[in-house]
Design a protein around this ligand. Structure first.
Ligand code: 6GU
Length: 241
């Protein structure tokens, strides 16, 4: 997989060099290229130079904040977006980013992340690339507002790349983790069996695999009901109602 990120804060993405993702980059399962949007702001569409390398302007219709310019984004994405690539635009107004969407995007040949700041990117940019036949997704991490798309893109890149086959050491831990089956993960414990007066649930020490599996499923349902009742609709027939 190839990932391109375009941002006015390319240095932010040094976080991708560390952790598991750094390993995947070295193994060339994923190729990440980070670009500075201002590279495409030095010369205007009419060929005249822009010494300030302006990337934003006031919104038509008035209102607070600035909007990122379609012409600058168009020049950048014309260069960066490959044939068959998916354009992802992080936005608090986007569709929800879920494990299912991450798994879907893990199959893409290329993903280009267009990280906007301020009040977002001129809406014609998404419209243009959609009309050109690209898959374009405006995607939100959740119902809160970040200053820009950078943190969201980094989170999405981590969630997507760890699903690329061969990336994770232990494929079973992907099958069992939170959200893989629409439920939150069961609680985990390790030694010592007793710590500050708190004991590990007896069943986990029993060696009885059937009972352990049943207990873990009950815990998944209990935690999901308690913390994420919105996820429970798909599991109405499950244990421990
Ligand atoms: Cl994708 N972008 C911004 N700016 N804020 C967000 C978000 C994205 N997801 C949640 N909040």
């Amino acid at each position: 997989m190839r990932i391109d990120v375009v941002s006015i804060f390319p240095e932010f993405f040094s976080v991708l060099d560390v952790s598991l993702l750094g390993k995947a980059r070295q193994s060339e399962l994923v190729n990440v290229h980070v670009h500075d949007l201002r590279e495409w702001a030095a010369v205007k569409t009419d060929g005249t130079p822009d010494a300030h390398r302006t990337v934003d302007d006031a919104p038509f219709g008035g209102g607070a904040g600035m909007v990122m310019k379609a012409d600058v984004w168009g020049r950048a994405l014309d260069d960066v977006l490959q044939r068959g690539g998916v354009l992802v635009i992080p936005s608090p107004a986007g569709i929800p980013f879920t494990q299912a969407l991450a798994a879907d995007l893990a199959e893409a040949e290329q993903i280009a992340f267009a990280c906007g700041r301020y009040e977002g990117i001129d809406a014609r940019v998404a419209e243009h690339y959609e009309a050109k036949g690209f898959r374009v997704l405006e995607v939100s991490l959740g119902d809160y507002v970040l200053n820009g798309g950078e943190v969201a893109a980094a989170a999405m890149i981590e969630a997507i790349t760890r699903l690329i086959p061969g990336f994770m050491g232990n494929a079973q831990s992907i099958v069992e983790e939170s959200h893989a089956d629409g439920l939150l993960e069961y609680p985990s414990y390790t030694r010592p069996a007793s710590w500050r007066g708190l004991d590990v649930p007896e069943v986990l020490l029993s060696g009885h695999h059937g009972n352990i599996e049943r207990w873990r499923r009950e815990q998944q349902v209990r935690l999901t009901r308690q913390r994420r009742p919105d996820l429970m609709a798909d599991h109405d027939g499950d244990v421990a109602q």
